[in-house]
Design a protein around this ligand. Structure first.
Ligand code: GDP
Length: 195
């Protein structure tokens, strides 16, 4: 998909700041450092739309982007960064839960998983949480360029068996280094957002 317009609308911490209107929204979640910003930047053909690895201590917000004026992307701050305080983690939980639970425009969530590691407990919790809210999920397995060609099949099988996704949730193998999976990711996103 050709992205001719991509801009940050607002960095929000609560519903009163969410953008008005009825455009469909797709949210992006994952452990910090999973490659979420790189994924958003790659598929929108922008170098710095989403900021790479926000520093701990900085305000962590839900960032709403307008894409081609036809949908919103919502970047949820990464989880699992060890040095984040309990208070900050709780704030993240409340902010994220409020969004996932109350936003009718939200059509589905892209959950990014690092191809190099077993999904973490937090990844599994995040997936279960999304399913609890009955949200469709696209699993995007990132950093595929780091997995040896001969090990791809076994690796993916292992990741999928630990997440055990429901049959309606697709998965996309992706690399922001090689561009693998870019079109497939767009197809999955467009299907979810009906755009
Ligand atoms: P975020 O914290 O989830 O937003 O992750 P970033 O997009 O900032 O990426 C974290 C680190 O992983 C950076 O050093 C990126 O260059 C690197 N990275 C992201 N995606 C890929 C990928 O597909 N392949 C490789 N090899 N590195 C990646």
């Amino acid at each position: 998909m050709n992205v001719h317009k991509a801009e940050l609308l607002i960095s929000a911490v609560g519903p009163d700041q969410y953008p008005d209107g009825n455009l469909p929204e797709i949210a992006f979640a994952g452990r910090s450092n999973v490659g979420k910003s790189s994924f958003i930047n790659t598929i929108t053909q922008r170098k710095k739309l989403a900021y790479t690895s926000q520093q701990p201590g900085k305000t962590r917000t839900l960032n709403f982007f307008s894409i081609n004026d036809i949908c919103h992307f919502v970047d949820i701050p990464g989880y699992g960064y060890a040095k984040v305080s309990k208070k900050e983690r709780e704030f993240w939980g409340r902010m994220t839960e409020e969004y996932l639970q109350t936003r009718p425009q939200l059509k589905g969530v892209v959950l990014l998983i690092d191809a190099r590691h077993e999904p973490s407990d937090q990844d599994l919790m995040m997936y279960d949480w999304l399913k609890y809210y009955e949200l469709p999920v696209i699993l995007v397995i990132t950093k595929m360029d780091k997995v040896k060609k001969t090990k791809r099949t076994a690796h993916i099988k292992q990741i999928l068996s630990s997440i055990d996704p429901s049959s309606e949730d697709g998965h996309v193998l992706f690399s922001s280094e090689t561009g693998e999976g870019k079109e497939e990711a767009w197809r999955a996103i467009r299907r979810l957002a009906s755009i």
